[in-house]
Design a protein. Structure first.
Length: 273
């Protein structure tokens, strides 16, 4: 994986990771950049029932105990509101009980990182993860690797909820501007990954728009993989980073309908309406 060996250096922390922000409950255990084991289960409605038992089972299968574990990584979203809360709550509880450092990982970044090929071809690649957010919207972000930036993994668009149609236009404009400064054909490939089922039409439109600029767009439907969260989390720990276990919260990206109504009510009461 791009940049992991460089980021981890000589450090080989044993890290357990879990992400329940999507329908796929994903978890893994790594030792540095080595994946010891992973689990992926399509059981969205049973995340709260199975997550602890599956994590403990995975640790046992990998020969890892609470004592030998050196950190916990957790997908902090965006994604399913209930799913995020389950994963973060479990990770915080275990980190506190076992006295282990906790690191949050963007679920979108993990989804994108899971689409990085084992062998790069030298050209620049953009990774655009998608999670359906209903009403023509997606949770999305954008990352780049390869080409002029070599083995560096770079974020160039923040995690956010966006209208898919507007996002396609923005990406196509970026790709066109990129191709103007890079005349060689095939210097850029865009990989759109994640939940494409409800956004296939717009993703195909991105392919059409980018084709005019000589930019290749690959559509890669994919599920969350625990190893991506684990590797990204291990890299953070190896750099000496960690989050505060007490103040750590999911990245909800947008308020729930109930929260919106509550804030509107509170604002009305303050204004005396």
């Amino acid at each position: 994986m791009i940049g992991m060996k460089e980021a981890l250096g000589k450090a080989k922390p044993i890290v357990a990771a879990l992400d329940t922000s999507t329908a796929a409950m994903a978890m893994a255990i790594v030792r540095g950049d080595e994946v010891l084991g992973e689990v992926q289960s399509m059981a969205e409605r049973n995340h709260s029932v199975e997550v602890v038992s599956k994590l403990k089972g995975l640790m046992a299968a990998c020969g890892v105990t609470a004592e030998t574990l050196e950190g916990i990584a957790v997908g902090r979203g965006p994604g399913s509101y209930t799913g995020m809360r389950i994963g973060v709550t479990v990770a915080k509880t275990l980190a506190w009980a076992w006295n282990k450092p906790i690191v949050g990982v963007s679920s979108l970044e993990a989804l994108a990182y899971g689409s990085v090929p084992a062998e790069a071809d030298g050209s620049e690649h953009w990774y655009v993860p998608l999670m359906d957010a209903r009403r023509g919207q997606v949770y999305t972000a954008a990352f780049a690797a390869g080409g002029e930036i070599n083995n560096t993994w770079v974020r160039f668009a923040p995690d956010a909820i966006r209208l898919m149609a507007d996002w396609v236009d923005e990406l196509a404009d970026r790709a066109s501007a990129y191709s103007e400064f890079h005349e060689e054909e095939g210097s850029l490939t865009i990989i759109v990954c994640g939940d494409l089922e409800k956004h296939g039409e717009e993703a195909a439109r991105l392919q059409q728009l980018c084709e005019e600029s000589g930019v290749r767009v690959l559509l890669s439907p994919s599920l969350m993989a625990g190893r991506s969260s684990a590797l990204l989390g291990a890299a953070r720990l190896a750099r000496g980073e960690q989050d505060d276990v007490h103040s750590f919260v999911p990245n909800y990206t947008q308020l729930t309908e109930a929260e919106v109504k509550l804030r509107e009510k509170q604002a009305a009461e303050r204004d005396g309406r």
